[in-house]
Design a protein around this ligand. Structure first.
Ligand SMILES: C[C@](O)(CO)[C@H](O)COP(=O)(O)OP(=O)(O)OC[C@H]1O[C@@H](n2ccc(N)nc2=O)[C@H](O)[C@@H]1O
Ligand SMILES: Nc1ncnc2c1ncn2[C@@H]1O[C@H](COP(=O)(O)OP(=O)(O)OP(=O)(O)O)[C@@H](O)[C@H]1O
Length: 299
């Protein structure tokens, strides 16, 4: 049955907030504002946080499930909701809950993904009617990875990650491992020893759809040199499968041909290590949920 929104008795609507991988990450320059120009391929994972949102008829934004170590006012979920409210002058508010599964500071883009999910979901629930392009531009203020999650297709990205062309990597099985260290994106990007002059790729006709051979992550050597636990884990994983760091680390993804094989290697890891067996996907799972919701809402 069609529903009208927002209403005083709206339910909580569930939305996935997926992780991303940088299948490779080349740093090809630095802008005058200090931001780095990248060439990267983004792919989504079935691994996701779950966000539930109840639109309200009053303007308060409430995060009912605070994340350890992140004050609510600094949480990208709250920031995204307030940004959309300010941009659209929406009179509405929201109660938001998150079931956080993605490790923070791991290079899986969880914070940016949460921000994008909130922007896209509230754009529908508050009936703001901003385009994906407008939402991506708005979201870029919150994080360089927000636009890819707004657009929701696997992409070759340039600029600081906002110039996107669709690509179709193999939707492989990955074992994701998180060494017991958290790495600050800002610290990696300000390191003197970071390689910043990788040659731009000549064209977008990629041969290797795994994006492993012939590509690399420019942050990886720097991180390995500073974090022995990352170096050790990567050296171990490489014996079993092609493996690489995502983003600025510290998570490592290892590509397998089957879930069974990935799970077999996962069982060999120490019990204390956070790890996931998951699948690469070329379309964000959020977008089909949004389409379904849009078809149910009266405008
Ligand atoms: C490493 C990637 O995850 C690759 O997808 C992203 O480029 C990082 O995206 P993010 O975590 O959303 O990063 P932001 O929150 O925008 O930026 C964190 C800090 O990293 C630095 N930064 C970030 C992105 C970029 N292209 N160049 C940079 O120099 C900036 O100093 C910034 O202050
Ligand atoms: N909703 C949120 N989820 C996760 N982190 C958040 C959130 N809101 C704010 N943050 C802050 O953002 C920091 C980076 O978290 P995030 O999980 O996005 O890292 P990341 O996966 O390394 O990101 P990237 O790959 O974009 O560099 C956290 O340490 C935290 O302080």
């Amino acid at each position: 049955m069609p529903v009208s929104l927002p209403a005083t008795d709206s339910p909580f609507y569930p939305f996935p907030s997926p992780a991303k991988l940088n299948l490779f990450l080349h740093i090809v320059g630095r802008r005058t504002d200090g931001y780095h120009e990248l060439e990267t391929v983004f792919q989504f994972l079935t691994l996701a946080d779950n966000i539930a949102i109840k639109p309200t008829t009053t303007s308060t934004i409430t995060l009912l499930t605070p994340i350890d170590g992140v004050p609510n006012d600094d949480n990208l979920i709250v920031k995204a909701a307030k940004l959309l409210q300010a941009e659209t002058q929406s009179p509405y508010g929201a109660e938001i809950k998150i079931n956080k599964l993605l490790p923070m500071g791991g290079g899986l883009g969880g914070g940016s993904s949460n921000a994008a999910t909130v922007l896209l979901a509230l754009n529908v629930l508050w009936q703001c009617k901003l385009s994906y392009q407008q939402l991506a531009e708005l979201g870029l203020q919150l994080g360089a990875d927000v636009p890819i999650f707004i657009h929701g297709f696997a992409a070759f990205a340039q600029g600081i990650g906002e110039k996107l062309s669709p690509v179709y990597p193999d939707e492989s099985i990955y074992l994701i491992t998180k060494p017991q260290c958290s790495i600050s994106t800002q610290q990696v990007f300000t390191a003197k020893a970071l390689t910043r002059n990788t040659r731009k790729l000549d064209n977008n006709a990629f041969d290797d759809k795994t994006y492993i051979n012939g590509y690399h992550n420019d942050c990886q050597n720097l991180v390995i040199n500073h974090y022995p636990e990352v170096a050790k884990l990567l050296a171990w994983l490489i014996e079993y499968a092609p493996s690489r760091m995502t983003g600025t680390g510290a998570c490592i993804f290892s590509r397998f041909d089957s879930e069974e094989e990935a799970k077999r290697v996962q069982k060999l890891l120490p019990n204390t290590m956070t790890s996931f067996v998951t699948k690469g996907i070329n379309t964000s799972p959020l977008h089909s949920v949004l389409q379904q919701l849009e078809s149910e809402i009266c405008t």
